[in-house]
Design a protein around this ligand. Structure first.
Ligand code: CP
Length: 310
């Protein structure tokens, strides 16, 4: 019996053993030549919302493993003629596609599609709900920075690496699928979670992770944190902004400086001079490039493990 489910729609689809297995495999990707385990398999990328990192890393991962990649462009697909997404998915299935990566603005759409198809469905980010592969990338990126030479292979190692690391999320926690998924995996790996933002940019659910700390100012949160993780203010999901201008936001919650040995994470896309200062983005204390690299490594590992268990 395998460790993975047919689909990856949420971090809850990953058991601790499955998480450990994917992270260990991702670490191996840079250590040995890839075997083209997806030769003869087809992967469809159906991105109904903009994406750079997730779409490109899935495409590169699939191609590196030997798969044929099919891009479903919503602007030129028959969805424009009134075909439903479910019928598009059924069409892809009939075309012989094995894996479907979906990015969409509707929460739980990947779950609904997964129930209706034999294809393996992977959630590439659904509305405000979940972004499980970003969470895998984030955990690996942080683990590699905390313990660069540590082998993740043996069971429970990831929890020892991240144990009691304090991660402060700032900004638009309320509307963030990345917060929901990454905070879940960080917490399961033993890290502590804190939130510093405007009350209207968080919600009760955000504090449902056991032990989540609340900070009313950025400064109090920063003095607690080992890692600060600003989240983009998602104007596309907000009717009213809780601040008058981006200058006001930057003044109150923009991350402008870090303590020595404090790290910056951001899933991207980031807005320089809004949630984070331009100078910090690619500074030595930033893990942003590592997160992107780990996005590729963990997606290779996920696809390879899914194929191994299919
Ligand atoms: N982090 C992330 O999901 O980035 P993209 O929207 O560019 O894929």
């Amino acid at each position: 019996m395998g460790l993975l489910k047919k689909d990856l729609c949420d971090t809850t689809d990953l058991s601790d053993s499955a998480l450990q297995m994917i992270l260990a495999r991702a670490q191996e990707v840079e250590r040995q030549p890839l075997s083209r385990v997806l030769t003869g398999r087809k992967i469809a990328l159906m991105f109904l919302e903009p994406s750079t990192r997730t779409r490109i890393s899935f495409q590169m991962a699939a191609e590196a493993l030997g798969a044929q990649v099919v891009i479903v462009d919503p602007q030129t697909s028959s969805v424009q003629k009134g075909e439903t997404l479910l019928d598009t998915v059924k069409t892809l299935e009939a075309e012989g596609v094995h894996y479907l990566v979906v990015r969409c603005s509707t929460a739980f759409l990947p779950h609904l599609l997964a129930r209706e198809t034999r294809m393996h469905v992977i959630n590439g980010g659904d509305g405000q709900h979940a972004h499980p592969t970003q969470a895998l990338a984030d955990v690996l990126a942080l683990a590699r920075r905390v313990a660069p030479t540590q082998d993740i292979g043996p069971p429970s190692v990831i929890s020892r690496i991240l144990h009691d690391i304090r991660i402060l999320f700032t900004g638009d926690v309320r509307h963030s699928r990345v917060f929901r998924s990454s905070a879940d995996l960080f917490r399961r790996c033993g890290a502590q979670i804190g939130i510093a933002t405007y009350p209207t940019l968080s919600c009760e659910f955000c504090f449902s992770f056991e032990g989540t700390q609340k900070f009313h100012t950025l400064e109090s949160g920063l003095s607690w944190a080992d890692v600060v993780y600003p989240l983009r203010v998602q104007k596309e999901r907000l009717a009213d902004l809780p601040f008058a201008s981006t200058e006001e936001y930057y003044c109150a919650f923009g991350v402008k400086s870090l303590r020595k040995h404090q790290w910056l994470m951001h899933c991207g896309p980031f807005n320089r001079g809004v949630e984070v200062s331009s100078a910090l983005v690619y500074s030595e204390q930033s893990l942003i490039g590592d997160q992107v690299r780990c996005g590729y490594l963990t997606r290779v590992a996920l696809l390879a493990e899914m194929e191994a268990e299919s």
